[in-house]
Design a protein around this ligand. Structure first.
Ligand code: FCB
Length: 457
């Protein structure tokens, strides 16, 4: 007997995602000001091969062709981000740059002509350098500038864009920007700035919700988090405790304030005990602010790529038990392929936080394989990755996870931050010299899957 395949819910959204700095290029065209990522990539040694997003996929010129590729793919939604310094070149002007707004307005109109829902992310990291120069995210004043930008964009596009994402992956901004220091502004081990960044990102999210809604009738507003489930590497209590801390810093630090109106006490206590922050840093995390942070959002965007196997590095070797968890296969980026953790993550957030709606705003993998002499790109491993994760998602939905959509990262190969053009996540191959776009095998596979609403043969 033929096995019955579960389909996804009717009206399930199938999309792909990109972000402005990673694809647009045109870094100084039509009045655009420099973003922190322009500054970062123009600083020698920050990015592999000193690659920059100056040109990237030149989506700023190729946007019509890219919309056509989206339409041919059959997606019913497309997640992209707007570049804040295209709209407010320094971030502090009183009037928006109309040329920047017009670009996004044309893009939105074209998507809608194709019946593709625009999912617009307001901050996918490329904030104006002008705002950074005034203190960036650690300075509370940034919230006013961010709200100006948000207001202006929703005023101009809110009649047509009904799905808004306030921020992409606040963890990356506050941890990679202020603890690891590989992201702009490149500051290391400054917990005080990192915590302030987290708080101001979340607070500005809460404050932006009513503002966007006032400009965009019937709009849905949410935030996207990168959530990484963690497992201890061994049965050692050291690894176990480290794993709880990892989960706190990575996941609960964002989920708790958004959905429980509090920061995780164990993390704040640890930072205080180790003198990594002081009382004045904690004082800014006021109840009043937390009330705004916890404003009822319409959805949570979840980005999932991999799990973490956590080892406590500070414990003397002899006290650590041998690693018990073996990593599964890895992608070309070295990220473990672990669809089971995707399922676990989704059911955990359903159980621990009462979230009414989830969109998977990113999920994908990097494989370098390129075109053969017939321009065929046989990226079977990418197909396997998406297929296994979509299966986990299907199981999660069946078990009550309220997920309404899935966005594959990414529509096309692009500038992968500090990795430059070395990592390729696209369903479409991009030749970064000629800018030719060639759909990969995974593109056709995804098209077929969408056509059957997720029912795979
Ligand atoms: C996520 C980012 C996205 C992309 C993928 C691979 O963390 O949001 O821009 O770089 O990773």
């Amino acid at each position: 007997m033929k096995k019955r395949r579960h389909k996804f819910p009717e009206n399930f959204i199938w999309g792909t995602a990109t972000s402005s700095y990673q694809i647009e290029g045109a870094f100084n065209s039509d009045g655009k000001g420099p973003s922190v990522w322009d500054t970062h990539s123009h600083t020698k040694g920050k990015i592999k091969n000193n690659d920059t997003g100056d040109i990237a996929c030149n989506h700023y010129s190729y946007w019509k062709e890219d919309c056509k590729l989206l339409n041919d793919l059959g997606v019913n939604a497309y997640r992209f981000s707007t570049s804040w310094p295209r709209i407010f070149p320094k971030g502090i002007e009183s009037k928006p740059n109309m040329l920047g707004l017009d670009f996004y307005s044309r893009l939105v109109d074209t998507l809608l002509d194709y019946d593709i829902l625009p999912f617009l992310t307001l901050n996918h990291w490329d904030i104006p350098q002008g705002v950074e120069d005034l203190g960036g995210w650690p300075n509370r004043n940034i919230i006013d500038y961010y709200l100006e930008y948000t207001f202006s964009l929703s005023k101009h596009l809110g009649d047509r864009v009904k799905n808004w994402i306030t921020h992409n992956e606040p963890w990356c901004i506050s941890y990679k920007g202020y603890i690891e220091g590989d992201f702009p502004p490149g500051i290391k081990n400054n917990w005080s700035k990192s915590i302030a960044t987290t708080h101001h990102l979340l607070l500005s999210h809460g404050m932006a919700i009513p503002e966007i809604k006032s400009n965009s009738k019937g709009a849905e507003v949410g935030i996207t988090l990168n959530l990484t489930p963690a497992v201890p590497a061994s049965k050692s209590t050291y690894d176990f405790d480290e794993c709880i801390r990892f989960d706190g810093v990575f996941n609960r630090m964002y989920l708790d304030p958004l959905f429980k109106k509090s920061y995780p006490k164990d993390i704040i206590d640890w930072l205080m005990k180790d003198n990594l922050i002081n009382k004045s840093d904690v004082d800014i995390l006021s109840e009043k602010d937390l009330d705004i942070i916890g404003t009822d959002a319409d959805f949570l965007g979840v980005n999932y790529y991999s799990r973490a196997i956590v080892r406590n590095k500070d414990i003397p070797k002899e006290k650590n038990l041998p690693v018990e968890i073996k990593s599964s296969e890895k992608t070309d980026f070295g990220w473990e392929v672990h669809p089971e953790s995707f399922y676990k993550l989704l059911t955990r957030i359903k159980d621990d936080y009462s979230i009414k709606k989830i969109y998977i705003t990113e999920n994908g993998c990097s494989y370098k394989i390129g075109p053969d002499k017939n321009k065929i790109i046989d990226d079977n491993k990418r197909i396997d990755y998406h297929s296994s994760h979509i299966l986990s998602l299907k199981k999660a939905i069946k078990n009550g996870v309220p997920c309404d959509g899935y966005f594959a990262w990414s529509l096309m190969d692009n500038f992968e931050w500090c990795e430059g053009f070395q990592q390729r996540f696209g369903l479409i191959w991009v030749d970064f010299n000629s800018l030719e776009r060639i759909p990969k095998k995974s593109y056709f596979w995804y098209k077929n899957l969408i056509n059957k609403n997720g029912a795979e043969e």
